[in-house]
Write a protein that binds this ligand. Structure first.
Ligand code: SAM
Ligand code: SF4
Length: 460
């Protein structure tokens, strides 16, 4: 049993903080300003805020911390679904084994290369490779081969420079193979930390085993994968509970490995073909609570990236940039082969909220004065795990991230952007450079010059 998720402790903390008085809320918001993170009690207090003025203060503080740590950067990626074969029975997912209403498909290596080439041609540099939990006849080697195929694909001057993965939990030896395959982040969402609900919504296959899943990131880190991504599928259980359990998981990883997760994902359940539960999530999270969750996470774990997928609408995604989101997907498809197929079937994993192509998302982001970043520098220079956090906390990482964001954005604008997007983007870069100082500015100007002179993949 994984004792680090302690449901009794969570219930007691939530009980103690049913109606926190305004002074307590203010004290927690003041503590958050130090940017050293929050404990479970603090998170419980913030999760119970309902007063509009206090909510406003929470959102303001989240925006402040986000800008202090991440500036205006937003890292861009695309998911690549390689297979929807699955042996599990997750009642919220279209890929579950007994669902007869979707077409099953696992891409072969040529098809994976083709999908990757399409994403590269759009300007993507980071892929999140996603699969159901059942592999074709090659077994786990299929996953390793697929990562290699993605890295091999090249179109003109473009290629994928970081492959993150979101696949089923593994044993230690397979995690070691993933590490050797040079993945970036290994992502795994617990879905819900509530054991009772977990067993009710996972009724078949290996995923029934709560403990095997909740200890998977331990095995990943033991195998040397420094960057792990954590997450909850919001809508299955009470979000106050999930937030505190997520914090317990984070604290456990910090205790055992000296560093917590690299990213947190905050998917909300979206309607999925053949899933009644997904149409009526038992603990659906309102738009306001969703914003609150993101803001609280930004305060609680200031140096951990927060990922926003295209499950959400363009409107909601825009709102969350100011609340702490640091990475977004764009132009996504969730059916294997979805980028190559002009005909879109319903074999996707769930309904998307944002269907805009990459160029449109980039233009929109730039119009909001956020800098889309295609940077993969940290991972390629070994600035991962503890090393990344050691640099991030004193603020040193900004001297890398900001110049790299500007140079990779310029590379995108020159190679892939529409005329309109390029104009908006180049103006933004000029403004950004004029607001930069010291080492970061020097580095940004040097890298930009190199990119403008036709060099690619410039980072520091
Ligand atoms: N099969 C692996 C697993 O379950 O961990 C990895 C891939 S699975 C496709 C990735 C994630 O999609 C799941 O962890 C789950 O949180 C999310 N997901 C599944 N059904 C969803 C739905 N209806 N709406 C939103 N997200 C969903
Ligand atoms: Fe399979 Fe993952 Fe979907 Fe569950 S969430 S049915 S394990 S693909």
């Amino acid at each position: 049993m994984s004792a680090f998720i302690n449901e009794i402790e969570i219930a007691q903390i939530l009980e103690r903080n049913q109606n926190p008085d305004p002074a307590k809320v203010s004290a927690v918001l003041n503590k958050a300003k130090e940017m050293k993170g929050l404990d479970l009690e603090d998170v419980a207090v913030l999760s119970k805020i309902t007063d509009p003025m206090q909510l406003f203060e929470l959102f303001e503080e989240a925006n402040h911390i986000k800008e202090k740590i991440y500036g205006k950067r937003l890292v861009i990626f695309a998911p690549l679904y390689i297979s929807n074969l699955c042996a599990n029975e997750c009642s919220y997912c279209a890929f579950r084994a007994k669902n007869k209403s979707i077409l099953r498909r696992s891409l072969n290596q040529d098809e994976i290369k083709r999908e990757t080439e399409i994403l590269v041609s759009q300007g993507h540099k980071r892929i999140l490779m996603v699969a159901g939990e059942s592999y074709p006849k090659q077994g786990f080697q299929y996953i390793i081969d697929s990562i290699a195929s993605i890295y091999e694909a090249k179109v003109g001057n473009g290629e994928i420079r970081r492959v993150n993965v979101n696949i089923a939990p593994l044993d230690l030896p397979d995690f070691k193979l993933l590490k050797e395959a040079k993945i970036g982040t290994f992502q795994l969402f617990q879905e819900t930390y509530n054991r009772q609900i977990y067993s009710e919504v996972h009724t078949g296959g290996k995923k029934k085993d709560y403990d095997y899943r909740v200890t998977a990131l331990h095995r990943a880190m033991e195998a040397g994968i420094d960057d792990v991504g954590i997450g909850v599928l919001f809508g299955l259980a009470d979000f106050h509970f999930e937030l505190l359990a997520l914090m317990q998981h984070i604290q456990e990883l910090e205790k055992v490995f000296g560093v917590g997760p690299h990213t947190i994902s905050v998917p909300r359940i979206e309607p999925a073909t053949g899933s009644d539960l997904s149409a009526h999530p038992p603990h659906a999270v309102s738009d306001l609570d969703f914003r609150k969750i993101i803001a609280i996470l930004r305060l609680a774990v200031p140096y951990t990236g927060i990922i926003m997928s295209t499950r959400e609408t363009a409107h909601m995604r825009r709102d969350t940039f100011a609340l702490g989101v640091s990475q977004i997907s764009a132009g996504s498809r969730t059916n294997p082969g979805g980028y190559s197929d002009s005909l879109h079937d319903d074999s996707g994993q769930f309904c998307l909220g944002d269907h805009r192509p990459l160029d449109e998302v980039i233009r929109d982001v730039a119009e909001m004065d956020y800098i889309p970043s295609f940077c993969t520098g940290c991972y390629r220079l070994g600035r991962t795990g503890q090393d990344f956090m050691d640099r991030a906390k004193p603020g040193d990482i900004k001297n890398h991230c900001n110049p790299n964001a500007v140079s990779t954005f310029m590379e995108y604008l020159m190679d892939y952007a529409s005329y309109e997007t390029r104009l908006i983007g180049e103006n933004l870069i000029e403004d950004v450079i004029s607001s930069m100082h010291g080492l970061a500015r020097e580095r940004a100007i040097t890298l930009l010059e190199k990119v403008k002179n036709g060099n690619h993949d410039m980072y520091c």
